[in-house]
Unconditional design. Structure first.
Length: 452
């Protein structure tokens, strides 16, 4: 296979990845009993890519390998990809499909036409992905991530990320997450890591079994994931045999850092920070500094410039998104006229190291998932028995934030409300604590008084 012989216009990200794929063509990608080489991944991408003739495609595959093939096919064919995940339920995917106006979905078996293709209102030139995250109104925000954004971010990551070609990485989270797509999948292709996908619900016993059986020595995950994994391993009096661990997706705490270090005494641990809108990596703490400054997210990437304004971290650089799909008003709210992206994260810099203190808005970050309280509230209030609802995050000190839900209702029990949540909400939005209250505090304008 030689992409230089085709007359089809190949976008730069595919060319960039293809070069490295060919350098590591015999490395493998595994899921369950399926194994393909990097070379076979590229061949499948080319074959599927030749069938893609629309502007953008949703990707909704149960198999992570098929998701990977579809991603690469879209890059090869110069089509904008919108990655979905069945892990978060039909409602979640449906919101994204409607928000982005998807008409075609790539599945494990076929390319589905789900509606008449609408006129494209956005200029998707150079846009590789529309990566969707939560929005305050319950409508997903679609960050338009360009080929330039991703190449810049990947190059920044591989400059500091010390990992040997041929290492085995376990990818246990969906490629729907930008941190997984860029920091795990693309970086693995470039560095030549053997990729082992896991697509099941979090099960510490299963994870440890795979780590041992597949000789996994590299893994990325949220502090919450590593905390539970290390706690389980500790109860068995075992140490996790990882050479490299990368923590991202939520704030690290001293308690979690101590638990992780006790279970992985010899592991090189990176603590990193990012946002989908930044493609996503923004900063990193090297393993040499982890034990002394575990709650810091280190220093900014080479291509990222940052400053603190009114306690908020502002960043700019070539990895910042083009904007939000179909939402120029919101784009102008977060990217100012000078090109600074307002992260919404409160931060401080102490002795040259960056620390993220929390959100300026009411965003809840649970196990790496961004959750706006209004999403939960709006879905719960669809039931006529619920007069008012108020969701908020509470720092746990161990596993990031827990979701608390206050509800005004005269006819529901806590079990009724939990059943309603299980029916209406994706799994990652299910409250940890439910309380039925007489009155939810509101201001003079009738708006909920939210906790700071």
């Amino acid at each position: 296979m030689n992409i230089g012989k085709t007359t089809r216009k190949i976008q730069m990200l595919y060319k960039y990845l293809y070069k490295h794929i060919m350098e590591h063509r015999v490395n493998v990608i595994c899921y369950d009993n399926e194994i393909i080489t990097f070379y076979e991944l590229a061949a499948c991408a080319e074959n599927l890519g030749k069938k893609l003739n629309q502007g953008k495609y949703g990707i909704l595959c149960k198999s992570p390998i098929n998701t990977a093939k579809s991603i690469m096919a879209c890059l090869y064919a110069n089509k904008t990809a919108v990655i979905l995940s069945d892990k978060y339920g039909e409602l979640h995917s449906g919101k994204i499909i409607n928000s982005v106006g998807l008409s075609f979905i790539i599945t494990d078996e076929e390319i589905l036409k789900i509606s008449v293709e609408e006129h494209e209102t956005e200029d998707l030139n150079n846009v590789a992905f529309i990566m969707c995250t939560s929005g305050t109104t319950g409508k997903p925000k679609g960050a338009m991530i360009t080929h330039d954004n991703l190449i810049t971010n990947i190059n920044d990551i591989i400059r500091y990320f010390k990992i040997e070609s041929g290492s085995n990485i376990l990818i246990s989270r969906p490629l729907y997450h930008c941190a997984v797509l860029t920091g795990e999948f693309f970086v693995s292709l470039v560095r030549g890591l053997n990729i082992h996908f896991l697509n099941n619900a979090f099960n510490p016993s299963e994870l440890i079994d795979i780590i041992n059986k597949k000789s996994v020595n590299t893994m990325c995950g949220t502090p919450t994931l590593f905390y539970h994994l290390c706690r389980f391993s500790g109860r068995l009096n075992n140490k996790l045999p990882l050479s490299v661990a990368v923590c991202s997706g939520e704030c690290m705490t001293e308690t979690v850092a101590k638990e992780i270090r006790n279970c992985m005494p010899d592991t090189r641990i990176y603590n990193v920070y990012g946002l989908t809108e930044a493609s996503p990596r923004v900063s990193y703490l090297t393993p040499e500094l982890f034990d002394k400054h575990p709650t810091s997210v280190g220093v900014l990437l080479d291509a990222v410039t940052g400053r603190i304004e009114n306690d908020e971290l502002l960043i700019k650089g070539k990895s910042i998104m083009k904007g939000y799909y179909g939402d120029p008003e919101h784009t102008s709210e977060v990217i100012d006229k000078e090109g600074w992206f307002h992260t919404g994260d409160c931060a401080v810099i102490d002795k040259g190291l960056l620390y993220i203190k929390g959100r300026k808005d009411n965003l809840i970050i649970r196990s790496g998932m961004n959750i706006y309280p209004q999403e939960i509230e709006n879905d719960i209030k669809k039931d006529k028995r619920i007069f008012e609802a108020y969701a908020f995050g509470v720092n746990d000190g161990k596993v990031g934030q827990k979701i608390h839900l206050w509800v005004e209702s005269t006819s529901c029990t806590k079990k009724d409300i939990l059943d309603l949540c299980l029916e209406q909400l994706p799994s990652y939005q299910i409250p940890d604590q439910i309380q039925i209250v007489e009155k939810i505090p509101k201001n003079a304008s009738g708006k909920i008084i939210r906790r700071k």
